[in-house]
Design a protein around this ligand. Structure first.
Ligand code: TXE
Length: 499
């Protein structure tokens, strides 16, 4: 898979983290290499874990759950989370550098993501102090009824390679805020930043065993986490196919699951849109991160009156995108993460051409670059049932379709099994709200795209997942609700009547 190899001595060794200790794979001692997508060269050597490592990590997480972390109040956890946020910002250069090298993400985008990581810990620090139970009024005069949010327990966090540390923070921050402990399985393509977070958490006061990282492959480590009876909840981000397998495996132990999966999100550009703003939003929606984002606006639905002008503008902008090394500050689009993804994206392009879509620009491999690069690609004359309009490409490939009426636009937008996100471009406030209501998507942006906040729930309808991350709502996913009934009259009841 790799073009060249560094000498073994030049590779960075990254042990995994179990119970506060940096360890190799317990049984096998085997390793695998993490590859820099821009050079296609291995740069780090990582333990290839298996069930034994997951067992050890879960045991450590269970001990920390009932041990020191359970003795830390919400206020105490908030202090730890705020300190994590400070330390993440202190180490931003290191973390962003690792992320760019491991995933091929632009360094400046990686830096922006690390600032988000800090924001997430800050926000969930606040929730650690403020989330409360309720006192429940009932029809019983002599009963005090209240609820408590109890930590769900040990959380298995399984994350992908496209935004490794940010998507991990979306799970770790609320889990720690709720009082849970964690076993992480990073993607085998991008294990570095999940490991680098370990010492930061320890320095901030997260006890040994409360945050563990088991590196390795999905069918071994990931599967062992989802099937482990000691794991109470799995928080997964990744492909829809793997998400379904994760759900099936977890249900055998009634392990709670949240799934954040794929998408085929539509950007709807109406005839009353600000054309310049829409053009910029469509470019951002599909080409940032080389299209490797779950919310990629990979379908453009444009009113027929604007189609030719908008497509011409998009082609001009796409052709001008500066492709190159993620660490070069001039670069606007880096490589895809690996050779498999590279081949898959090129195959999607080939299928779209075979099925009759018109290749308006791109479609090939840029010349003179070594990494896994693909040109920014735009297809027009796309039919809604073509693969390019239905399947997640996870690359810089835009499928353009025309519509005539608002109803047709909504129907096209809702015509996939996914439902993660959508963008509406219109200066008509009535239409914007009307269309937002009609779209089946977990996030709808109006005259913007790709805005995030730790306070805003995020997740998908349909095959885009189950549950929501972020916001107050996610705290429920990391807690069990306990209802407590207290008899206050000191009376004895009829044992054979329900009232
Ligand atoms: O994803 P997987 P991969 C899509 C994208 C990409 C495709 C494959 O289209 O081309 O998925 O990428 C772990 N039990 N997305 O293979 O398999 C795996 O090791 C438990 C979209 O990387 O979903 C990794 O840590 N875990 C997506 C994580 O699951 C398992 C982001 C995600 O891997 C497992 C990434 C198993 N049986 C890819 N098998 C998005 N929508 O954000 C694998 N894993």
């Amino acid at each position: 898979m790799t073009a060249n190899k560094l000498a073994d001595s030049q590779l960075v060794t990254l042990p995994m983290l179990i119970d506060g200790k940096a360890v190799p794979a317990a049984d096998s001692g085997r390793t695998f290499d993490s590859v820099d997508p821009a050079s296609q060269m291995p740069w780090a050597r990582v333990p290839d874990g298996d069930v034994a490592d997951v067992d050890a990590a879960v045991a450590a997480a269970r001990a920390a759950l009932t041990g020191p972390w359970s003795q830390t109040t919400g206020f105490g956890r908030a202090r730890v989370l705020r300190r994590i946020a400070e330390l993440v910002m202190r180490d931003i250069d290191h973390l962003a550098g690792l992320e760019a090298r491991d995933s091929g993400r632009l360094l400046r985008d990686a830096e922006a993501q690390i600032t988000f990581v800090a924001d997430w810990f800050q926000y969930f620090a606040g929730l650690a102090e403020t989330v409360t139970g309720q006192t429940i009024p009932t029809d019983h005069l002599d009963m005090l009824v209240y609820t408590e949010a109890v930590p769900v327990g040990v959380v298995g966090a399984i994350v992908p390679w496209n935004a490794p540390l940010l998507l991990l923070a979306w799970k770790v921050a609320p889990a720690l805020a709720a009082g849970c402990t964690i076993v992480v399985k990073p993607s085998d393509y991008t294990p570095a930043t999940a490991l680098a977070l370990g010492p930061i958490l320890a320095e901030a006061g997260v006890p040994d065993g409360a945050y563990n990282v088991v590196t390795g492959f999905g069918p071994a480590v990931g599967q062992a986490i989802t099937a482990h009876p000691g794991v109470n909840k799995v928080a997964f981000t990744g492909s829809t196919a793997t998400g379904i397998a994760v759900g099936k495996s977890a249900v055998t132990n009634l392990t709670r699951v949240t799934l954040e999966l794929g998408g085929k999100s539509a950007q709807l550009v109406f005839e009353d849109a600000d054309p310049e703003a829409a053009l910029n939003g469509v470019i951002n929606g599909i080409f940032i991160g080389t299209g490797q984002t779950c919310i990629a606006g990979s379908r453009l639905l444009v009113h027929e009156s604007l189609h030719d002008e908008l497509v011409a503008g998009l082609i001009a902008r796409a052709k001008a995108i500066r492709i190159g090394s993620p660490t070069d500050t001039n670069t606007q689009m880096g490589p895809l993460v690996n050779g498999i993804q590279h081949a898959a994206v090129l195959e999607h392009i080939a299928v779209a051409r075979r099925q009759g879509a018109t290749l308006a620009c791109g479609g090939g491999i840029p010349e003179g670059l070594t990494g896994w690069y693909v040109e920014p690609t735009i297809f027009t004359d796309v039919h809604p049932e073509m693969d390019i309009a239905q399947k997640e490409v996870f690359g810089p490939v835009l499928a353009v379709m025309k519509f005539r009426t608002e109803e047709e636009a909504i129907e096209l937008a809702n015509n996939t099994k996914f439902g993660l996100a959508a963008g509406i471009w219109s200066q008509n406030v009535h239409r914007a709200h009307r269309v937002a209501r009609a779209l089946r998507a977990g996030t709808v942006w109006v005259n913007t795209y790709r805005a995030y906040s730790p306070a805003a729930p995020f997740g998908g309808f349909g095959h885009s997942g189950i549950g929501r991350e972020n916001g107050l709502e996610v705290m429920r996913a990391y807690s069990e609700t306990k209802t407590v009934w207290v008899e206050t009259a000191g009376a004895t009841r009829d044992p054979f009547s329900i009232r």
